[in-house]
Design a protein. Structure first.
Length: 169
């Protein structure tokens, strides 16, 4: 009888712990609401094209002989490509949404790949950050996730938060 009572207490405690975790997740979302409509900089390569505008940075290491910026749509197809700046340090790139044929790409999720080669033909490690306006917040497997349009970003990848710039078309 004592064992049954003990098991019953454990079930009750587990139920209460699950409720507490649920409340904590709700509180995390509530505390992040101020992020909505703010611009964030995150480490990563996926970014939103919003109102035919996107921005990202890349940091070129020393010794670059050649480098390329490649932008792909959500399906992995290359929509834009150009040479990247070779100077050492961080470079900002603003994309106006023009594709390689001169047309306008649709707003949505894209990814950027900045590749570089040194004088020996070896691939260089080029770090990248992307910018986007926060449109929502959620919890995924206990981790707070921010939404930049269709792009999901873990809160842990956020590097900076600031007022979203007003885009004038």
């Amino acid at each position: 009888l004592v064992q049954f009572a003990s098991v019953e207490q454990q079930i009750y405690q587990n139920s209460n712990l699950e409720k507490l975790v649920g409340y904590q997740e709700t509180n995390q979302i509530s505390s992040m609401v101020d992020f909505i409509d703010k611009q964030v900089e995150v480490s990563g390569t996926k970014f939103p094209l919003e109102d035919s505008h996107a921005e990202f940075t890349y940091t070129m290491p020393s010794g670059a002989k050649s480098a390329s910026i490649i932008i792909r749509d959500a399906g992995g197809l290359t929509v834009y490509e150009q040479a990247a700046e070779l100077g050492v340090g961080q470079h900002t790139f603003e994309w106006d949404g023009r594709n390689r044929n001169g047309g306008t790409a649709l707003d949505g999720a894209y990814s950027v790949l900045v590749t570089g080669l040194n004088h020996q033909g070896e691939i260089l490690k080029v770090s990248q950050t992307v910018f986007g306006r926060i449109t929502g917040i959620g919890i995924d497997n206990g981790e707070t996730t921010l939404f930049m349009g269709d792009v999901e970003v873990p809160q842990t990848n956020v590097l900076s938060v600031k007022e979203a710039p007003k885009i004038i078309n």
